[in-house]
Design a protein around this ligand. Structure first.
Ligand SMILES: *Cc1c(COP(=O)(O)O)cnc(C)c1O
Length: 449
């Protein structure tokens, strides 16, 4: 099909995710034909640097020879089979290796097939654990403002991004939501590199008052990604682990976006040297090839579900594509690549490339902050720099930057007024420089400098 025909059929039939479809009248979706390392290539041969890892999933670039081979090898055996009553080597090997790699104590692995469904499973596990462990009043979850945990009803219930949940509010489960860290606009006037997470007091007060009814606390460790790559210090997680222990509450870590090296360490919790009770992983787990997710948990939680069938304690939760062997085989190869190519050791140099122009960005009159952790960085555009007032959302400043960057061959999908970089971990230095050059030009143009 030629490009015109494809675009016409897309406009007629396809409802794209997280999109006001009317925007397509001026900016239609671009038909991609193939990928090549850092690049996506459209059917007319135009190349775009994928600076957002295709919505935070791609780890090692597109069309990766080793991942392609791993997928083909598994495809020659079996593409999918039922995972209840049956099991398979890629799923077993992946589970085993994840338990070696993850923060200590996470010895059990439950498969689901996307991030939101992993969050749902973790919430249900936590809830059911307390039902079966003599604490039936622990039925609620505590979450943070601006949190993002996915779009299904349960995941949205613990979300804090008003944009995604406002209309669905009558459908959502009640819980406790507390003010999360907001380091750029810190209400205590502190800095994330030197503070002691004084903002933890918000959470602490709510826990002290309501711990009897709290099953778990769910957070995105160190980076509230969908909120605009809001980065906060590791000491917050230490305090969180501590308070969860003190009040018998599960710490549920949603590392769906930040796991697998994004923060410079394998998992964000490694920065704080703490282990959650439940850990959700997805996105990068297959290198960005296929949907797969896991919930990892402890022996203690697992054992509360273990018993004779008649006790009715089992975790009766499943998805049709649970533990898909193709996805598991890819994930095993992702771990092989991490190990054999020593990916984590290659990151510091790239992290430096990503951040060395921070000062230049922050010198722009409408850039409030350039923040970075590991291989994630963000530029927050503000209308007034001295009082940090945001541009009105209706101005769609981020979208303007996006359009201009696209013309220059870089994909910089914004989050409101925030332009962020979350490139594949293997993005070459020259490509990182190009991303930053284009971002700098576009931000300068759009903010009128
Ligand atoms: C993307 C994301 C999810 C949801 O994952 P999906 O696969 O899109 O359902 C949940 N939590 C976080 C932190 C995410 O970034």
């Amino acid at each position: 099909m030629d490009s015109g025909h494809l675009r016409q059929l897309d406009a007629t039939h396809i409802w794209h995710p997280c999109t006001q479809q009317k925007d397509h009248e001026v900016l239609p979706p671009i038909p991609i034909e193939r990928g090549e390392g850092s690049y996506l290539i459209d059917i007319e041969g135009r190349r775009y640097i994928d600076a957002v890892s295709s919505w935070w999933v791609n780890l090692f670039g597109h069309n990766h020879p080793r991942l392609n081979l791993a997928l083909k090898a598994q495809l020659g055996k079996v593409a999918h089979h039922i995972f209840a009553g049956f099991t398979h080597e890629p799923g077993i090997e992946l589970g085993h290796r994840l338990t070696k790699l993850a923060p200590a104590g996470l010895s059990k692995v439950f498969y689901t097939d996307n991030g939101s469904s992993a969050v749902e499973a973790a919430l249900k596990m936590s809830f059911q654990f307390w039902q079966q462990s003599g604490y039936p009043h622990k039925t609620k979850f505590l979450s943070l403002t601006e949190a993002y945990h996915g779009e299904t009803i349960g995941a949205l219930s613990v979300g804090g991004c008003d944009l995604y949940r406002r209309v669905y509010k009558p459908l959502l489960q009640e819980g406790y939501q507390v003010q999360g860290p907001d380091c750029y606009r810190c209400p205590f006037g502190l800095h994330r590199d030197s503070c002691q997470a004084q903002c933890f007091a918000h959470l602490e007060q709510t826990v002290q008052r309501h711990h009897d009814s709290i099953a778990g606390i769910i957070v995105e460790p160190l980076i509230q990604a969908a909120a605009g790559m809001r980065i906060y210090p590791a000491v917050y997680l230490k305090k969180l682990r501590d308070i969860c222990d003190r009040y018998r509450i599960h710490y549920i870590a949603d590392e769906i976006a930040v796991g697998f090296g994004r923060t410079g360490k394998m998992f964000a919790n490694n920065h704080a040297d703490v282990s959650p009770d439940l850990l959700c992983l997805s996105k990068g787990i297959t290198g960005g090839y296929m949907p797969l997710a896991v919930v990892m948990t402890t022996d203690a939680i697992y054992e509360a579900f273990y018993g004779d069938y008649q006790e009715l304690k089992a975790f009766l939760h499943s998805h049709s594509y649970t533990g898909n062997p193709l996805a598991c085989a890819l994930a095993v190869e992702v771990l092989n690549i991490f190990e054999q190519e020593d990916i984590l050791a290659t990151l510091p140099e790239r992290m430096q490339t990503l951040s060395y122009r921070a000062g230049e960005f922050e010198a722009l009159p409408h850039v409030g902050e350039f923040r970075q952790l590991g291989m994630v960085a963000a530029v927050e555009m503000v209308e007034e720099k001295n009082n940090k007032s945001p541009y009105p959302w209706q101005a769609r400043m981020g979208l303007e930057v996006y359009r201009r960057a696209l013309d220059r061959g870089v994909i910089l999908r914004p989050l409101g007024n925030i332009i962020y970089f979350m490139p594949p971990l293997t993005t070459p230095k020259g490509v990182l420089d190009e991303i930053l050059d284009v971002a700098y030009e576009c931000v300068t143009e759009v903010t009128g400098q």
